[in-house]
Design a protein around this ligand. Sequence first.
Ligand SMILES: C[S@@+](CC[C@H](N)C(=O)[O-])C[C@H]1O[C@@H](n2cnc3c(N)ncnc32)[C@H](O)[C@@H]1O
Length: 303
Amino acid sequence: MHISVLLEEAVRYLNLKDDSVVIDCTLGYGGHSFEILKRIPNGFLYAFDQDKEATGKAKARLEEAGLNFEIINTNFKNIKEEMLKRTAKVDGILFDLGVSSPQLDNAERGFSFHKDAPLDMRMNKDSKLSAYDVVNGYSFERLIGIFYKYGEEKYSKAIAKAIVKYRENKKIETTLELAEIIKENVPEKYRRLGHPARKVFQAIRIEVNNELEVFEIALRDALSLLKKGGRICVITFHSLEDKICKQIFNEVSSVPAELRDLPVIPDEYKPKFKLIANISPSDEEILNNSRERSDRMRVIERG
Ligand SMILES: C[S@@+](CC[C@H](N)C(=O)[O-])C[C@H]1O[C@@H](n2cnc3c(N)ncnc32)[C@H](O)[C@@H]1O
């Protein structure tokens, strides 16, 4: 079961009316979408997810809340193209980034360093690049690069070196094989600070799904799809995603630095968006759902 994070807050901040038109960019198993649908009996929900397993299951769940929805089984980087085929502008857009608990719990998807499975980590099973290709095919330098950039892993070099050495004898086939190589090649004290494979697994997952680049494209396009008064809520799972969101939201909600000292800001340079919220989950939710520890939600509104 996937426990949806920041459920109440996200739905409240979307500021829904009964006829709102909403996009959920990350349907998953439909936790947020279900609550959204209940609140928009005369509106419409477009729900994106690139994972066919998720969209298959979410459909039946959503039908219990209403039939005024369409599931769009594609990467949300296509949001603009897909929405322009369907409707003009929308009242609310939600991103709840990362993997879902069922994706993590289903060992065969290869996301978890706790469960043995072939190295996969593709959210879209039709896409080409898998974790296996990254781990067995990337050069030493490229591995270090992604471990630093996407995992902020301080032992990137030692881990990449160990992977390359291991590969000289045999391919790295499974999640636990990789987790063990990582564990063996970080200092003993580092192993006590949570699982030593966590950051490298995160880095590989981001690389496999091209998560940061795709999110940046989609968020900028999402801003262009909002009606006046419409809102975007973004729930991020780690600081790299949050940094992108924060930077884009700050950029579109402020006057360009070089014009800030002008006595009167010309209309075309006045920001078109305003920041509404930047919140961490409530303590109660953190206790109930450990996945939430690093989640954060940012909300912006088209003025
Ligand atoms: C954290 S889960 C969403 C959970 C959902 N809000 C719920 O309450 O059940 C994130 C979902 O987004 C999907 N996803 C992540 N990146 C995506 C992308 N670029 N395009 C489409 N779907 C994506 C994943 O497949 C996953 O199902």
